[in-house]
Write a protein that binds this ligand. Structure first.
Ligand code: NDP
Length: 269
């Protein structure tokens, strides 16, 4: 049976095995998908061991996406841009291909939710690995402009510079946000610790919506912030999680799973 896994630390919380097992059942693919706890100083060794044990591909989550990027012999353009890999795939010639499906996962979910992207003014909070991964796929949707606002201003400016060839991107500190926005994305890790980034008053258009890349049971602090602003809708990243998994599954198995059923089951849990 073809083997897959997700590497991370911690990893027990990962929903990836249940998502991929459901994709496999739907599409009648015979696969086994596991979780692998790796240590920061033995990630490369853990990947080699998994391959030797018959591994065909893997997902990679925090904190190993940059280490996975460094291991790959080939990269997709979006992974090269992100400088981070969340999907490993051993190709027929044995070489290791790295992809990053986080951004396409987010964009697919936003489209599913009916959130407009073309010609929109997008504010992204945070400038870490996840934001680096979503920028190229978001810019491909041709928004009017993207402002990246981060607690550490210099990181936001660096990120904006790195993607300036793909569209209008500006990097600022969290307290320097100016202009009106149609979509506010939270890509900070603040929700993970139950916090809300410290935000100034933000001007929002009448049709504005928010989306937190984090998810959990109940509303995240950022979704609560969106509600308090009276936004039209305040989404979380559970759909992104399922869509990024689907893009990995498609790369590995060359078949597109149905994400809607898997997502509704996860939401109902
Ligand atoms: P990183 O550690 O790479 O980046 C963290 C970012 O959050 C930095 O910009 C950091 O700012 C900022 N930050 C952290 N704490 C605070 C705070 N209290 N207030 C303001 N800013 C803060 O994390 P990732 O980019 O990997 O992940 C970010 C989020 O995205 C996580 O919640 C993760 O769960 C989510 N995610 C969701 C996915 C999905 O499929 N739904 C996929 C991938 C990620 P600074 O630079 O100043 O330190």
């Amino acid at each position: 049976m073809d083997r897959y896994t997700v590497f991370g630390n911690p990893i027990s919380q990962s929903k990836s095995p249940q998502i991929h097992q459901q994709f496999a059942e739907q599409t009648q693919q015979s696969i086994h998908y596991d979780r692998t706890l790796a240590e920061p100083d033995n990630f490369a060794e853990a990947v080699t061991q998994f391959r030797l044990a018959g591994g065909c591909g893997a997902n990679v989550t925090a904190p190993f996406k940059q280490q996975a990027f460094a291991l790959c012999q080939q990269l997709t353009e979006r992974a090269r841009r992100a400088e981070a890999v969340n999907t490993l795939y051993w190709q027929a010639d044995g070489s290791l291909l790295g992809d990053n499906t986080d951004g396409i996962g987010l964009v697919t979910d936003l489209i599913r939710l009916g959130v407009a992207l073309a010609d929109q003014r997008i504010l992204i909070l945070g400038a870490g690995g996840a934001v680096r991964g979503i920028l190229a796929p978001l810019l491909a949707q041709q928004p009017q402009r993207i402002v990246i606002a981060n607690r550490t201003e210099s990181t936001a400016q660096q990120l904006a510079n790195d993607f300036a060839d793909l569209g209008s991107v500006q990097g600022v500190g969290l307290q320097q946000i100016v202009g009106e926005f149609d979509l506010v994305l939270n890509g900070t890790a603040a929700s993970l610790t139950g916090e809300l980034p410290s935000l100034p008053k933000i001007a929002l258009s009448p049709q504005a919506v928010s989306y937190d890349l984090s998810y959990g049971t109940g509303l995240t602090p950022f979704q609560q912030w969106g509600q308090a602003q009276g936004l039209n809708a305040n989404y979380n990243g559970i759909g992104m999680l399922v869509e990024q998994a689907a893009a990995s599954f498609q790369l590995w198995r060359q078949i597109q799973p149905d994400t809607a059923t898997v997502l509704s089951r996860l939401i109902a849990e």
